[in-house]
Ligand binder design. Structure first.
Ligand SMILES: [Fe+2]
Length: 231
């Protein structure tokens, strides 16, 4: 059966708070297409890959003014709603830091997200559903054998992730990839995705990244994630 999700092509369709909410309720998974071009994303991934990173082991809590950090995550996450492992690089790109990586892209995404969720503040701390949040822009990189176990996003201090697809299956990796539980079947969506797509999901839908396998010369799977963290 063909997986059911909604592709909202903004060259053909309008998007606003009501349309977004209705789609998410109906489909649980919405892909916003043609907001970013493929080139816009891949040019920045190329620049990002050339920078030197220093990996830290631990990163601590999120707060305003926190320095950017990069780490390799392989710790198990255990919370009331799911227990899952991961194998991935995580690089934070907080808006208050003077770092040019993906700055234009994340600023554009924050603007779109704010429009879609009716967030009016342009400050680092903003109010959503009467709670105070900060943005956490980050880059995830799955190298060979990288994965993220199936999980749900529900969590008390996190809300509404917007994920930009930054790699293409077959070109950047050979096997594995972003997968969602649709009609009780855990389905790899990579064949339906394009670089530049923005993925939004209902917090109750199970998802993860199936183990990434690379062929010689491939760089792995990159995604740009904008999450919001309650402070
Ligand atoms: Fe998730």
């Amino acid at each position: 059966m063909f997986p059911t999700f909604k592709i909202l092509d903004i060259e053909k369709e309008k998007i606003n708070n009501k349309i977004y909410k209705d789609c998410l309720k109906k489909y649980k998974l919405v892909i916003i297409r043609n907001f970013f071009t493929k080139k816009e994303i891949t040019d920045q991934v190329d620049i990002f890959r050339r920078r030197k990173v220093k990996l830290v082991k631990q990163s601590g809590n999120y707060f305003i003014g926190k320095k950017n950090f990069s780490r390799f995550d392989k710790t198990k996450i255990i919370n009331k709603f799911s227990t899952y492992s991961r194998n991935q690089y995580l690089h934070t790109l907080f808006s208050w830091n003077n770092n040019k990586s993906f700055k234009i892209i994340f600023n554009k995404l924050i603007k779109l997200r704010n429009k879609i969720l009716n967030i009016s503040s342009k400050k680092y701390v903003f109010t959503y559903k009467k709670r105070k949040f900060i943005n956490i822009p980050k880059v995830l990189h799955y190298p060979n054998d990288g994965f993220l176990d199936k999980h749900v996003d529900f969590n008390y201090d996190n809300d509404s992730n917007f994920i930009i697809v930054a790699s293409q299956k077959n070109l950047h990796f050979d096997k594995g990839g972003l997968s969602y539980e649709i009609n009780k079947k855990y389905t790899n969506l990579e064949d339906f995705l394009q670089i530049g797509d923005i993925i939004c999901n209902d917090y109750k839908i199970k998802h993860g990244v199936k183990k990434i396998k690379l062929k010689k010369g491939q760089i792995g799977r990159f995604s740009l994630v904008l999450s919001m963290h309650q402070i």
